[in-house]
Design a protein around this ligand. Structure first.
Ligand SMILES: [Cu+2]
Length: 493
């Protein structure tokens, strides 16, 4: 795989950026000079306090939350929705007065949201117009191996590939992104990230908020160069850390909300940053879904940890707040300019909605017995991140679970970094955490990614259906995955 990195280049027009770097202009904290506010308690968590610390044009809450456009199929049959997508360069309006070069599905960041229905097939023809290999992984999807976006199944420059998604799974907030091996830390950072919302009848019967009140939020940290381009700083150990939080591609935006319930679909689309989300001074949010869809029942949360690649669906009831309230969603682990995520500005009027989130959302399948028990040690060795002392090798199969069986997988993290472990093609349930009880928000539904904290051991029960074949599992801290924290499972019949 030598030479792969040589083929990679940042989005066009970013060349001036290189000159900046060479000339030593771009110091780490050029933009987004929210003065480095100390880690503080709730006092910081008012928008006035955050504003007072923000004296740059990139202060939070200046822009309305951008709504991600939905992808429209080019053709529909009785069974299938067909999409035509191009993976290409584009320009994004991230910072006022600047254009930010990106890579994007259809040239936008985040890419257009696909809304799919359980039982209806989606076919996406992806045309790669970039000068290097790319591919598409539907994260969290039950997808036949040839359409999974395995890191070695790539679309050549100027090539195209038709991805078939059967959607034989329960409603869930999925997402799609590039997975060409060795470059995902860059390609996702530069914009190849999009949502894929799968709906079904069972969920529809619950009459959860829909339409304008069902809002996908892609959260990711970034940094900028003087010319407004994204600045990528390689850090294989810690992973990339930006000094600016973007939600749907805007710096810590604000959103005017009615006094009623909203459903927010949160994706941590960051390379390596984990969040510990709080609403105002620890106000209640209701988690209704995780990676794999609806939980068995709603779970109240005053803090919501969210590791890279994880999704949660939260219902927030703005009837609990007086008109004019400014409510800040923030990261208790953030510092300075990375504290503020976004702000909800509660409008006047309303408050008459009487919808309640049902007490039961979806029956939870009983856990099948595990037919095997495997341990995966996560650590650093030989200049790379490894699983059981091994680097990713596409020519080696590391584990061969039997089709339609369950296995108990235990991730043992003896390092001082978080490793959000993701299994392609299959879902799992979180069984145990050495650090304490498994939160009901993690326990009462299916997941595809689990954050394994420093010095923590996490056991999950994975179910190897419905498809068989070769997939990967890896750390979703993208710098770790690229270097080379990924193994292969071949599910055999
Ligand atoms: Cu990792």
């Amino acid at each position: 795989m030598a030479g792969r990195d040589d083929m990679w280049h940042p989005p066009a027009d970013a060349w001036s950026r290189r000159d900046f770097l060479r000339n030593g202009f771009a110091s780490a904290a050029f933009l987004c000079t929210l003065a480095p506010a100390a880690r503080q308690g709730p006092r910081l968590v008012t928008s006035a306090a955050l504003r007072a610390r923000a004296r740059s044009p990139f202060e939070p809450f200046r822009r309305d939350l951008p709504l991600i456009p939905e992808f429209l199929p080019v053709r529909q049959t009785r069974t299938t929705d067909y999409y035509e997508s191009s993976i290409r360069e584009g320009m994004a309006d991230v910072l006022p007065g600047f254009q930010t070069p990106i890579y994007g599905y259809e040239g936008i960041y985040p890419g257009p949201t696909i809304r799919a229905r359980k039982g209806r097939r989606v076919v996406v023809n992806q045309r790669n117009t970039l000068g290097f290999e790319s591919n598409v992984h539907l994260h969290g999807g039950y997808v036949p191996a040839q359409f999974d976006g395995h890191p070695m199944d790539v679309i050549a420059p100027d090539g195209e590939f038709e991805y078939h998604y059967p959607n034989h799974q329960d409603a869930a907030t999925l997402w799609y992104h590039d997975h060409a091996h060795g470059r995902t830390s860059r390609t996702l950072y530069y914009g190849l990230v999009a949502m894929y919302v799968l709906e079904d009848d069972l969920e529809r019967e619950l009459e959860l908020p829909t339409g304008d009140y069902d809002v996908p939020l892609v959260i990711a940290d970034h940094a900028f160069n003087k010319d407004g381009s994204f600045r990528y700083l390689e850090n294989i150990d810690l992973g990339f850390r930006g000094d600016t939080i973007l939600v749907n591609g805007a710096v810590s935006p604000r959103m005017r909300v009615e006094r009623r319930k909203y459903r927010f679909r949160l994706l941590n689309g960051s390379n390596s940053r984990s969040y510990d989300l709080r609403l105002g001074k620890g106000r209640r949010m209701t988690q209704i879904a995780g990676d794999g869809g609806l939980l068995e029942r709603p779970v109240g949360r005053r803090r919501m940890p969210l590791h890279p690649a994880e999704r949660v669906d939260l219902v927030i009831d703005f009837r609990d707040y007086r008109p004019g309230t400014e409510l800040v969603l923030h990261d208790a682990d953030g510092e300075g300019s990375t504290v503020a995520i976004m702000r909800f500005d509660v409008a006047r009027g309303g408050g008459r909605e009487d919808f309640r989130v049902p007490r039961r959302l979806r029956p939870l399948e009983p856990l099948p017995a595990a037919s095997a028990d495997r341990t995966w040690r996560l650590g650093f060795g030989s200049g790379a991140w490894q699983i059981n002392g091994k680097d990713f090798d596409p020519n080696r199969i590391d584990v061969s679970p039997r089709h339609r069986t369950s296995e108990r997988w235990t991730f043992v993290n003896r390092s001082n970094r978080v490793h959000p472990m993701h299994i392609h093609g299959f879902l799992f349930r979180v069984l145990e955490r050495s650090s304490g009880r498994v939160h009901p928000g993690d326990r009462l539904g299916w997941k595809d990614t689990v954050g394994v904290l420093p010095n923590e051991t996490v056991a999950v029960l994975a179910w190897f259906g419905p498809y068989s074949g070769r997939y990967v599992f890896h750390c979703h801290s993208l710098e770790h995955a690229d270097h080379a924290m990924m193994l292969q499972q071949e599910v055999v019949r």
